[in-house]
Ligand binder design. Structure first.
Ligand code: GAP
Length: 514
């Protein structure tokens, strides 16, 4: 555990030291769970967005992208259910004065039971070696069965209590399980209360006539309310999708995991509108497509798993998370939800406007069903940073820190490094920079030893370093150093554009998706 915490701390400090992420308004001691993206963070974020947008909008003839407003008519949130039901159950510890999500305390307790089950399995795997039959062991070992049954019964009791809004029973469960404040060990809890996560704001100049608004807690509703506008103007037939990237805001109760749970964050969401009765087929398709999109990044298949929801949100008839192995364990990275016709129906009722589609094949009007894919941009950023940040010991015993980002996502594609500024090397390097800057985001650096400059660019994730030396002036070649292999080769300046493009083009990711 300590090792994982150290790894996570390293990610946080690396992100700050190399201009990826800063605490928001740091000179005023920051704002809890709000972060700013620095010069390299903004580039990485833009590249992630591009990868998502190209995969959704550019590769799919039947998906279009929009950019709807953050502020929406307040009835939107009544219709969507957010005013009444976008709550988290919170509980305070009377001694430490810390606030927790009651459901997360219980889920963490269950995760510890699962850890214990896993330990039994690992021990047995070691004991039996190649002869080990995991499935059989899980089905027959009494301790593993006990741990798993206990988890199941705790989670189903919690789900039932939350469904019935029986918050006294949620507290009773916490007390029965003797769950303590993880930091202080105190079991002195308040009652459990519901807390709405939406941020309120006001529209209008005078206090009397101001209208109460909310900052959107998800981008999806901007897509739903525009469904007919987009369908009619794009003239797409069902099935078709609307994609959007944008900010969302949630007044999270517990926001202690850096950019994993923020109060202001970005979502990349796609709503796929389908004929009623076909939604579960498309739901399965999108689950697989989204997993493939993640796998193309090369962060390791073993770091992803599906978590199919047993307790479904009021609007869904199927839902799953793609979980990623963050430094603090497997956690939700993306949600795929079959949202039925709940949202469009609710907007029809609250607005009094029809949100129906005439299906020429079925020769009828209906409210489409929706399959949604929703990923937190910041969470993917964290997944990339934590997975790609590595400390390596080199053959000569020296060490380096490298951020082995997928080259298409790297903030800087190549660093142009004159060995020295004088003797015309600086000017030659600037010429290369000026020639390549139309195609790639580059940096030019002429300070420090070349070794130090290589190390700094490794830590930034720059796929290539291009070193200009005296020979370059006469034979128009440079040394090209590869971030991952650290191999250096002599290449012609005229070849640089092709070589960098081959390595960093989005095509490398996108062609894996078909
Ligand atoms: N429209 C559906 C929706 O918003 P969600 O599961 O609440 O579903 C979707 O959110 C994704 O948004 C999550 O899988 C997660 O990646 C991201 N997300 C949610 N809350 C977040 C937060 N407070 N900070 C960062 N990302 C968050």
């Amino acid at each position: 555990m300590a090792k994982q915490e150290d790894a996570f701390k390293k990610v946080v400090s690396h992100a700050k030291e190399y201009g990826f992420i800063f605490p928001s308004s740091e000179i005023y001691d920051g704002l809890s769970a709000v972060y700013d993206y620095g010069q390299n963070g903004a580039e990485l974020k833009n590249n992630i967005k591009q990868y998502w947008w190209k995969a959704m909008v550019q590769l799919n003839e039947n998906i279009v992208g929009i950019d709807s407003a953050i502020l929406m008519h307040p009835t939107t949130w009544k219709a969507s259910g957010h005013v009444d039901a976008f709550n988290d159950p919170l509980i305070d510890n009377k001694d430490s004065k810390k606030r927790f999500r009651a459901d997360v305390l219980i889920e963490d307790y269950c995760a510890k039971l699962e850890d214990k089950a896993q330990k039994e399995i690992d021990k047995a795997a070691k004991r039996f070696g190649d002869a080990f039959d995991k499935a059989q062991f899980e089905a027959t070992n009494s301790r593993v069965i006990d741990y798993r049954e206990k988890q199941k019964s705790i989670l189903s009791r919690m789900a039932q209590s939350l469904d019935n809004n029986d918050l006294a029973d949620v507290k009773a469960l916490i007390e029965e399980l003797e769950i303590a404040d993880p930091d202080t060990g105190s079991k002195n809890w308040t009652e459990v209360r519901q807390f709405n996560l939406m941020f309120g704001t006001k529209l209008g100049a005078s206090a009397e006539h101001a209208m109460d608004l909310y900052l959107r807690p998800e981008t999806a509703q901007g897509i739903f309310v525009n469904f007919l506008n987009v369908q009619k103007t794009s003239r797409h037939k069902l099935p078709f999708g609307i994609a959007q990237i944008g900010k969302a805001f949630r007044n999270e109760i517990v926001a202690r995991q850096f950019i994993f749970r923020m109060r202001e964050f970005e979502q990349m969401e796609m709503q796929f509108f389908v004929p009623p009765g076909t939604e579960l087929k498309f739901y399965e398709e999108w689950k697989q497509k989204r997993l493939n999109w993640h796998l193309a990044l090369g962060l390791g298949e073993e770091n992803y798993k599906f978590h199919d929801h047993e307790k479904l949100a009021h609007y869904a008839n199927a839902a799953a998370d793609i979980e990623f192995k963050f430094p603090f364990g497997f956690k939700e990275l993306e949600g795929i939800h079959s949202r039925t016709d709940f949202d469009l129906n609710a907007h029809e009722q609250h607005s009094g406007r029809k949100l129906q589609y005439f299906d020429p094949e079925r020769n009828e009007n209906y409210v489409p069903y929706v399959v949604e894919t929703s990923i937190g941009l910041d969470r993917l950023f964290l997944a990339l940073m934590s997975n790609c940040l590595k400390d390596e010991v080199l053959e000569d015993g020296s060490e380096r820190t490298v951020l082995s980002l997928p080259p298409a996502l790297a903030p800087v594609k190549a660093a142009i490094l004159p060995l020295m500024k004088k003797d015309g090397l600086g000017e030659y390097a600037e010429k290369i920079f000026d020639d390549l800057k139309y195609d790639f985001n580059l940096i030019y650096e002429d300070k420090d030893s070349i070794g130090k400059r290589y190390r700094r660019n490794d830590a930034l994730g720059t796929p290539y370093c291009i070193t200009v030396d005296h020979e370059s002036l006469s034979d128009h070649t440079v040394t090209l150093r590869d971030r991952d292999t650290m191999k250096q080769e002599r290449v012609a300046v005229s070849e640089l554009r092709r070589i960098i493009d081959e390595k960093t083009n989005f095509r490398n990711l996108l062609t894996q998706l078909s």
